[in-house]
Design a protein around this ligand. Structure first.
Ligand code: AMP
Length: 390
C-alpha cells in the first residue's frame, strides 16, 4: 500500500506525519515532532493516531535538518517496515504571487522557490532544506510543495497591494497572507459539515504560536491579517504583529540599531513574550496571574477584536467566527475576551459551551455562529500530495 509522509520544517523544528491511503484518501498513522534541532538536547517524539506514544527520545546528535529527517525516517521505517513511501508533502511558507495550488517539486521549481527566500528568510530556507533532504532519501517518491500563501491568491488587488509606487508591487512587495493550509482545512471542513456557513461570510482566527485571521467568503480568501511577511497583523508568541513603520525608521535611524537587531526584536523578542516579560506560551501566561501577563493577553484579544471588525467590513458582514490553532482550540479565556463587547456584530457566547471547548460556543441568541474547529494542516498536505501524485 502507498504511504505519504508530510513534513513541516521550521528553523529548529521538524513536524512530520505518516499516512496510509484508503480509497484514495490519506489516513493518519502517526504524527510527531523533532524540536531543538542543532542543540545538544534535540527531542524527537511521535504518537499514533489514537494518542499512544510511539517514540520519545532526547538526542545530542541532531545537528541539522538532514540528520533530523534521517532519524525520523529510520525510526518510522523500523516501526512500519511495510510502508512504501510514494509521496512526500512539504509545507512551504512562500509560493510567491503565482502559485495558487500545490505543485510537484522539480529542480526548476525548487530553484524558483529558493528565489523567494528573501521574502521569508526565517522560514523558506528551512522548508526547502526539508525538501532537499527528503529528495535525497526518497529519490523515487513524488515531492509536493504545499504553500501557506496559495489559499490567499484569490484576494483582490486592493487587498493585495500597499500604497507604494507600482514598481514595488511588480518587484513582489505585496500582501501574500499565510497560514493558508490551516484556512484551507477549515473551509473544507465547513463545506462538509455546514455548507450554508461555507457559502457565507466567515472569519477564521488561527491562534497559535503564530497567529493570523482570515476573511473567507464562499470558501475563498478575501482578506487576511498577515501581509508581506508572517510578521503583520496580530501579536504572536514572539512576533510583534502590526507596527507603525515609523517605529522601525526611528530604531534604525535614530537609535542606531542594525537591521539584524530590528529583525530579532520583531521576530523573536516581541509579542506575548515581549509584553509579558515572561513567556511566549499562552498556558504559562494564563497560569502566571501577573499584571504584565494579564496585559499581554488583553492586548492579544483587543487586536483580535479590532481585526474581527476590519475583516467583517471586508466581507460585508459576518455569519460565522471560527477559532482554531493551539490557543484558539484550547483557551476559553482568550475566546471569551476576544468576543467580549462584540454584540454589535451579532456575537453572543454561551459561556458553558466555551468553557468546555464545544464545537459551537455561541448562544441560541447569537446571530453569528461561533465555532471551535481543530485544524489539521498535515491532512491538507497529505491530500495535496496524493492529488498531485495522481
Ligand atoms: P500552536 O502553535 O498552534 O501549537 O499553539 C501553541 C500555543 O497554544 C501556545 O501558546 C500554547 O500555550 C497554546 N495552548 C495550547 N494548549 C493550551 C491550553 N490548554 N490553554 C491555553 N493555551 C494553550
Amino acid at each position: 500500500m502507498d504511504h505519504v509522509v508530510t513534513l513541516n520544517a521550521g528553523s529548529s523544528s521538524l513536524k512530520f506525519g505518516l499516512f496510509a491511503t484508503k480509497a484514495g484518501e490519506p489516513c493518519v498513522i502517526c504524527t510527531g515532532l523533532v524540536d531543538r534541532i542543532g542543540s545538544a538536547e534535540a527531542h524527537i517524539s511521535a504518537r499514533l493516531s489514537g494518542g499512544e506514544t510511539l517514540f520519545d527520545e532526547v538526542s545530542d546528535s541532531i545537528r541539522d535538518h538532514d540528520i533530523a529527517l534521517d532519524q525520523v525516517l529510520t525510526l518510522l521505517q523500523q516501526e512500519f517496515p511495510e510502508a512504501r513511501i510514494a509521496a512526500v508533502g512539504h509545507r512551504i511558507v512562500h509560493g510567491g504571487p503565482d502559485n495558487d495550488r500545490p505543485v510537484l517539486l522539480t529542480p526548476d521549481s525548487l530553484r524558483s522557490l529558493e528565489s523567494l527566500a528573501p521574502f521569508a528568510p526565517l522560514h523558506q530556507p528551512y522548508n526547502l532544506a526539508g525538501a532537499y533532504a527528503a529528495m535525497k532519501r526518497f529519490p523515487d517518491a513524488a515531492q509536493v510543495a504545499c504553500f501557506d500563501t496559495a489559499f490567499h491568491r484569490t484576494q483582490s488587488w486592493v487587498n493585495d497591494t500597499f500604497a507604494l509606487p507600482g514598481e514595488y508591487y511588480d518587484m513582489g512587495v505585496r500582501r501574500y497572507g499565510f497560514h493558508g493550509l490551516s484556512y484551507d482545512y477549515i473551509a473544507g471542513h465547513l463545506q462538509q459539515t455546514a455548507p450554508d456557513l461555507h457559502a457565507g461570510r466567515v472569519v477564521v482566527a488561527h491562534l497559535g504560536n503564530g497567529a493570523s485571521m482570515c476573511a473567507i467568503k464562499d470558501g475563498r480568501s478575501v482578506g487576511s491579517t498577515m501581509g508581506f511577511s508572517p510578521l503583520d497583523g496580530l501579536p504572536m508568541g514572539t512576533r510583534s504583529g502590526q507596527i507603525d513603520p515609523g517605529v522601525l525608521l526611528y530604531l534604525l535611524e535614530q537609535k542606531g540599531m542594525e537591521a539584524a537587531e530590528v529583525s530579532d526584536l520583531l521576530y523573536r523578542k516581541s509579542g506575548l513574550l515581549g509584553l509579558s516579560g515572561l513567556s511566549n506560551d499562552m498556558r504559562a501566561l494564563e497560569k502566571a496571574g501577573t499584571t504584565e501577563a494579564g496585559n499581554a493577553i488583553a492586548y492579544f484579544t483587543y487586536r483580535i477584536r479590532r481585526e474581527m471588525g476590519s475583516l467583517s467590513a471586508a466581507l460585508g458582514g459576518l455569519d460565522a467566527l471560527v477559532f482554531t490553532g493551539g490557543i484558539g482550540e484550547n483557551s476559553a479565556l482568550v475566546r471569551q475576551q476576544a468576543c467580549e463587547e462584540m454584540g454589535w456584530l451579532g456575537i453572543d457566547l454561551n459561556s458553558d459551551a466555551n468553557q468546555s471547548n464545544a464545537t459551537t460556543i455561541s448562544s441560541d441568541m447569537s446571530r453569528v455562529q461561533v465555532m471551535v474547529i481543530p485544524t489539521n494542516e498535515e491532512l491538507v498536505i497529505a491530500r495535496a500530495a496524493l492529488n498531485v501524485m495522481s
